[in-house]
Design a protein around this ligand. Structure first.
Ligand code: ADP
Ligand code: MG
Length: 468
């Protein structure tokens, strides 16, 4: 089974939860991992959200209030479509015993103090996103240099407004500035969404004084994704005053958004005009050289992380740098998938396999593979008729093509074994399993079989035999 691409792994491409957990372990530390992250199980992935399960409601609430952002961020690195996380509590385990164990863990752990000020949790700078690991090319040089200047020369450009499409490094730069300035200044880093949330919460709990004090007390205010701050007059009002108060006392403000100030929707004109009043810089899509640099760097980083050896071929590196052009996050995600593949299957993917793993990123013939098209293509390839393929005859020249078609259906569609059986003249699901196993075994020993399977995959997925 080792070298087999199972259905789950490449037709639907669920996020790799184990990988995400291990990344979170690095990011949040062993304590947090052991106490919380480890207890989360992956349940199901939907179009734009993921369902996870936890043993108790208490754990769910704790994780939601403290680590949700980081978990989502980590998932998004692998799959940008995921926009939220839902938790399901697997009830039977909820009992008082467990609760008290968890409370003990909290009290014992320095990293998660029970009495932690609720504002502080939104102020976590991701120490993995620094200037040193931000790679520079012509597309992001200006934004990078402006960020460096801001973190060195207090208040020269104020505010600094960084804008550009998703996954181009804006949050990375904000973190890097925060990380640098945190050394001797009071830094506040918050997403605009969080700012709104905190604002509304403070009104509801009659805590506005504390809210104002907290925000107005900072030397450096970093606000990420300001395009999400819209509507709500009262909030914009408060934001504007905070903004002005900070500028007046010489605090540095850095803002990121997906568009230039004048294109922001539902944001007061006077706020937009304040945004434009400092330095406005754009991060553009990475150019070829930068893409290549990012790939090389990322591979090196993963080698260090796993202390494994990955000899990704030049061919694949070229393929990635030529095809994944939209943004850095996707490029990094693509490399992660290639590396995960090689770790799971203990071999490097071929170019054809790479195309399959990255199918959604490459925007190729999206999941329009049907059992019927597989049968047609396999019959044509082996020069037999569909009636022969679907018959019960067991001549050798029919058995292999039939097994091959069954195997390809299993790996290229999301159909269940009984469904596949039905489409192959009501064969039993054990016959389907047997066919899949036979082809898998043959693939291991017979290069000819491998070649045929690859050609067929290409014909089915890309309509071309020599795409490889
Ligand atoms: P944005 O906020 O613009 O959507 P992010 O800052 O979240 O993008 O970047 C997406 C991912 O790509 C992050 O993991 C980030 O560290 C990485 N990244 C983006 N640009 C660079 C770069 N120039 N060098 C290294 N990593 C980068
Ligand atoms: Mg961002």
């Amino acid at each position: 089974m080792n070298n087999t691409f199972t259905n789950k792994n490449f037709v639907k491409l669920n996020v790799d939860w184990i990988l995400i957990q291990s990344e979170l372990k690095l990011k949040l530390g062993v304590d947090v991992y052991e106490s919380w992250i480890k207890k989360i199980n992956f349940v199901e992935e939907f179009n734009n959200y993921i369902l996870l399960s936890v043993p108790t409601r208490f754990i769910r609430d704790w994780i939601t209030s403290r680590y949700l952002d980081q978990i989502l961020q980590t998932i998004k690195k692998h799959k940008k479509e995921i926009v939220r996380i839902e938790f399901k509590v697997s009830e039977n385990k909820e009992n008082d015993n467990e609760k008290s164990i968890n409370l003990n863990q909290i009290n014992n752990s320095k990293k998660v103090s029970f009495l932690q000020d609720s504002y502080l949790q939104y102020n976590r700078i991701d120490a993995n996103k620094r200037f040193e690991n931000f790679l520079i090319g012509t597309s992001n040089k200006i934004a990078f240099e402006a960020s460096i200047k801001v973190s060195e020369n207090f208040s020269q450009y104020n505010p600094l407004y960084i804008y550009g499409g998703v996954g181009l490094g804006k949050t990375h730069l904000l973190n890097a500035i925060g990380h640098e300035m945190n050394k001797n200044k009071k830094v506040m880093f918050i997403s605009a969404e969080r700012f709104m949330y905190q604002f509304v919460k403070s009104i509801k709990s009659n805590n506005m004084v504390k809210f104002k004090e907290y925000f107005r007390n900072t030397d450096v205010l970093l606000i990420d994704d300001v395009q999400f701050m819209n509507g709500k007059e009262a909030m914009q009002e408060e934001f504007f005053h905070t903004f002005n108060a900070l500028l007046d006392k010489g605090s540095q403000i850095i803002v990121s958004a997906d568009r230039p100030p004048n294109k922001l929707l539902r944001i007061q004109e006077r706020i937009k005009s304040r945004f434009s009043g400092g330095l406005v810089v754009e991060v553009q899509k990475p150019e070829y050289e930068l893409r290549k640099k990012i790939i090389d760097h990322k591979i090196e980083e993963l080698i260090n992380l796993y202390s494994d050896k990955f000899d990704i071929s030049e061919e694949i590196i070229n393929f990635l740098s030529n095809k994944i052009t939209s943004n850095v996050r996707e490029l990094v995600g693509a490399i992660n998938r290639v590396i995960s593949f090689s770790r799971i299957y203990n071999k490097l993917p071929s170019l054809a396999e790479t195309k399959v793993i990255l199918k959604d990123l490459l925007n190729l013939s999206e999941n329009n593979v049907t059992i019927d098209s597989i049968q047609t293509i396999v019959c044509r390839f082996f020069k037999i008729s569909k009636n022969e393929m679907l018959s019960s005859r067991r001549s050798r020249y029919l058995v292999r093509p039939r097994q091959t078609a069954i195997y390809l259906t299993k790996i290229l569609t999301t159909k269940s074994l009984p469904e596949i059986g039905r489409e192959f003249s009501n064969r039993d699901h054990t016959t389907i399993i047997h066919s899949v196993k036979t082809i898998e075994k043959l693939k291991e020993k017979d290069p000819n079989m491998c070649e045929n399977i690859n050609k067929l995959k290409n014909l089915i997925l890309y309509n071309k035999e020599n795409e490889i």
